[in-house]
Design a protein around this ligand. Structure first.
Ligand SMILES: [Zn+2]
Length: 247
């Protein structure tokens, strides 16, 4: 692993335009359970019952009680871990320009990244279904469920439910960013869910180097990635940054 850490530090230092693609794995160390996979929320809940737009429209209070309330409680106190902080540091160093994320936890912005494309919107905000007013999720009072806007409208997460479209501007901007970069860091995602899975492909087709950081191999590892650094995002990012700072 030391050799790959070294290699990544060199590759990052030599890159001109780095983009990161992140998924649930980067937030696990912040205490946020992934939706998919082993130990994920979808083992506990049926997503069609608690995370589909039709279920929400049918009974917003029920979806708030079953899922959204718990997510708010978890995310209200979650903070960025070394994985997020490492990416923020890379931006500070003038190396990383954009983070494309599948996550809705807002932790990249909390860590300090300024250009974050959120495929699935953000749970850090709630929006009124009537007037579109947005609220910081932490400031939403949940003593009554579902919570309401000052206008009386029901609040919903400003994130994409199943059955809803990925925001078009997020799609377009991330394709652009992926095609323009000369190095893509793929962190904490198995990259099987579209459209995120396509981004490393666009980057590769444009000649970018692809570095994966993940505890296990993914479908990208064999064909797309130049190399995989196996491990948790926080630890690996820490070591890469340390290596870069020592040079
Ligand atoms: Zn409203």
């Amino acid at each position: 692993m030391d050799e790959l850490i070294n290699q990544a530090a060199d590759d990052l230092a030599g890159a001109r335009h780095v983009v990161a693609l992140t998924g649930a794995g980067i937030s696990v160390e912040s205490g946020i359970a992934p939706f998919r996979g082993k130990g994920g929320l979808w083992e506990k809940y049926d997503p069609m019952e608690v995370a589909h737009i039709d279920a929400f429209m049918r009974d917003p209070g029920r979806v708030w009680s079953l899922l959204v309330k718990d997510m708010k409680v978890t995310l209200d106190t979650a903070s960025p871990n070394d994985g997020h902080k490492g990416l923020a540091k890379l931006e500070e160093m003038g190396i990383l320009s954009t983070v494309i994320t599948q996550n809705i936890d807002g932790l990249h912005q909390a860590a300090g990244n300024t250009d974050v494309i959120e495929f699935h919107g953000s749970f850090a905000r709630q929006r009124c279904m009537d007037c579109n007013q947005k609220y910081d999720t932490r400031e939403v009072d949940i003593s009554e469920i579902p919570p309401r806007c000052r206008c009386g409208g029901i609040l919903r997460p400003d994130a994409v439910f199943f059955g809803e479209m990925i925001p078009q501007d997020a799609m377009w901007r991330s394709q652009q960013a992926a095609s323009d970069c000369d190095l893509m860091l793929v962190v904490g995602t198995s990259a099987v869910v579209q459209p995120a899975a396509l981004m490393p492909v666009y980057a590769k087709q444009s000649g970018a180097k692809i570095i994966e950081i993940n505890p296990e191999k993914t479908p990208l590892t064999l064909d797309i990635s130049d190399y995989l650094i196996m491990g948790q995002a926080g630890e690996v990012m820490n070591r890469i940054i340390m290596q870069m700072e020592n040079k």
